[in-house]
Structures are given as C-alpha cells and as structure tokens.
Design a protein around this ligand. Sequence first.
Ligand SMILES: O[C@H]1[C@H](O)[C@@H](O)[C@H](O)[C@@H](O)[C@H]1O
Ligand SMILES: [Fe+2]
Ligand SMILES: [Fe+2]
Length: 304
Amino acid sequence: MTILIDQPDFGIEAGFNKADDVEKEGVLNGGFMMPHTNSFGHTFRDYHVESERQQGVENFYRTNHIKQTYDFVKRMREEYGNLDKVEMSIWECCELLNDVVDESDPDLDEPQIEHLLQTAEAIRKDYPDEDWLHLTGLIHDLGKVLLHPSFGGLPQWAVVGDTYPVGCAFDKSIVHHKYFEENPDYHNPAYNTKYGVYSEGCGLNNVMMSWGHDDYMYLVAKENNTTLPSAALFIIRYHSFYALHRSGSYKQLMNGEDVENLKWLEIFNKYDLYSKSKVRIDVEKVKPYYLSLIEKYFPAKLRW
Ligand SMILES: O[C@H]1[C@H](O)[C@@H](O)[C@H](O)[C@@H](O)[C@H]1O
Ligand SMILES: [Fe+2]
Ligand SMILES: [Fe+2]
C-alpha cells in the first residue's frame, strides 16, 4: 500500500534556526513544540552526558551489544513467534506496562502508559484525520511487556534500546558501538561484512533485527490480523532503528516499499522522542477514544 504524504519540514535536523521561530521552550514545528532539552535538562538522546542515569544506560548497551547475536535472534523469533504465552486485549497490555521500567532510555522515567498516551495525543493534535497513526502511537511500545514476569521476564538487553540488523556488520552510527567488539558475530566473516547474509535491496522484511519490543509487537499485530495499514506495521517494527531513520545507515538493504514507509516513520519519530515530558495525560479522559480505535483495528482479545 502506498500512501502519499506531504513531508513536514522538521526543525532540528533540517537545520532550522530562524530566530523568530525559536521559542525559549523549543522549536515550534507546525503545532508541535519540539523542546530543546529533556526533563533532566539534557539534550535528547545524549548518550555521553555525565550522570548516574547515563552510567546505567551505558551498562545496558554494553550487555545488549555483546549478547544480541544472529543465533540469539533466531531462537527468540522461534520462541515468541508462537504467541502462546497470554491472551489479553490491547488496553490490558497498556495497563500491564505500567509495571515495567525501561533502563535504556536517557530521556524518560515516567510510567510507560504516560509515554504511550503522550505520543498518541501529540500525533492526534497535528494529524487529526489519521486515526491509524494515533493508535500506532498508543501501541508502538507494547512489546516491552516481554519484561513482565508473565512473559518469563526477559532481561532488559533483550527487550528495549535501539535496534540494528544482525547478520551483517554493525554500523558505526549505532549508540555505544565499541561494545560490539565483544560480540562473537563481530569476528565472524559470515556476518561482519557490509551485506553479510543479505543482498542489495533485499528489503527490510528479509533482515533479522536485534530482538526486542519492536519486532515482537509487529508479530503480535500481524498475527492477530490487525487492519492497520502497512505503514503502521513498519513504524512499530523499526521505530528503534535509529541507525536507519536518524543516521541513514543500512539504506542499501531497503526496497521500494521500505522507502515509502520510511517517510511515515520519520514523522512518527518526532512525536515518539520529543513528546517525552513530565506533563501528564488524563488517562480516564482519553480512554474512550482509544478504546474505539482499538475496536476498529484489532480483535477484542489477542494472542501474545
Ligand atoms: O531507550 C529507548 C526506548 O527503549 C525506546 O522504546 C526505543 O524505541 C528507543 O529506540 C530506545 O532508544
Ligand atoms: Fe520503543
Ligand atoms: Fe516510544
């Protein structure tokens, strides 16, 4: 499915610096205020700032980069692809997520449901007619439920953080790249070249991504026959793939459909990242709207 869109010109990366458009709180983009700093007073996604929280984030990436191997991802896809762990609705999963903490995120320490609603509501304000994109905002991080004890309580390094392909060379643009040197695949000639086990233009659908909440939630949505458009599934599946959507690495693996879908992911990412704040959403107030979207695009109960 091809969706034609007008690409809004997003300030920060587009080198936007017109003095009268830059408010002291941030960069105004359409109706959406992109703040300069996160709620800890640092710039967003600064992985090198000195802080206690950052030390934890770096430790997280060290373990993640050492343990995410091609074989590991294959095993996880087999184990979780069966969707035989739990039966529950989308909203029940949103509520379960409140029990989990994401240790990889330098910008957020609010309960996860706040992040889901902040993302969805920020999109809703700027794209009132794209209800599928509001729902995508709400569900994009639900795969973090893999951390929950009822799913076997997977460790953080196997659930959260940025994602990247395995089976080919780890790109330098990946956060804390140096820790890949201790990953066995780094030294394996089958997996450490530009294309590795893939070929030019093979399509991201044929690429194995490091295992985590993106790929898992993509599987859950697809296997439970969601009627969301393919752009929504693409956003869910690759929203943590910053090496692609922020740095432009790995483009050689994309096909034509990926190129189209990437436009929506680039839009989505601004809301996912810059809506992280201390401003709480009134859950009870917006709940009926999101329940109606869930009913439109998903069955009442899903297999997880
Ligand atoms: O720490 C964050 C967090 O885990 C997000 O959910 C993920 O999508 C981002 O890529 C990652 O940087
Ligand atoms: Fe995420
Ligand atoms: Fe998110």
